[in-house]
Design a protein around this ligand. Sequence first.
Ligand code: MN
Length: 316
Amino acid sequence: MSTVEADVDVGGAPAAAGERTELELTDARMARVGEFEVRRLLPLRRRRTVGPWCFVDHYGPRSVDGGPGMRVPPHPHMGLQTVTWLFEGDVLHRDSLGSEQMIKPGQLNLMTAGRGIAHSEQSPAKHGPRIHGVQLWVAMPDVARDGHPAFEHHAALPVDVAGAVRVCVFMGSLRGVASPATTFSRMVGADIAVRSDAATVLEMDPAFEHAVFAAGRAQVEDVVLEPGHLLRLATGREALTVVAEPGARLILLGGVPLAEPVLMWWNFVARTPEEIASATSDWNQRERFGEVDASGGARMAAPDVDLARLRLRAGG
Ligand code: MN
């Protein structure tokens, strides 16, 4: 998916210098992506990233019965991977490499932007009555972010049963179970489906920082999570306790904290304001990012870059 806001990096209050807490609960802010209202859980000014994860939108469940459904027209990305994961419904992805891929629940669409790619995402003409999912971005490290763009679809992903939960690992690895998806740093992205109301303790990698959010209602450690809550867990944690009603779903994200500060603007992840300005100009002049099949809709125009604002942020 995409953001239509120019400055995506505006949520919440910044953390005080040196502030560090074990468990940190934050509220989403509501944002719009086309006709869709989404819960934007990252970035927050307080914590812009969790491991390499730099953008988290959770949308639905909502009815798309009798309507067009999702309509996200062609837009560019740079310096990140987009991770598309559905709980319900179906979405058709088209990109400037010529990929055209339907995604359904339990499958992964992973688009590696590298130096630049464009894509569109739409509900197919004949689509299910409801849609519910997440759109996630992973910031790419310096060693990989100038590389060629790529797209991959994984129709089946490894599943591990642990106590009362069934864990599907879509990015990175958890408890020795590894996703086949391409990654550029150590991380985890997993969908946790609760099967009974017993408590389950999941082993965690203490080198990772983590975030967890619930598609319904769940309890993680002693914190009750509702949709729109994000619970961040600092590094050094070796276990996570999950309790929820059967049928509850949670998303667990984590990874080694990013070594490089990232600068986010619109649909770009970079390091300097000049890189953002150059990408914006290239997109508006139809260079670098390629073209998406016209059935994906009319391409989005990039918003004007606020260089002064970005320079302040890059410096601080
Ligand atoms: Mn997108």
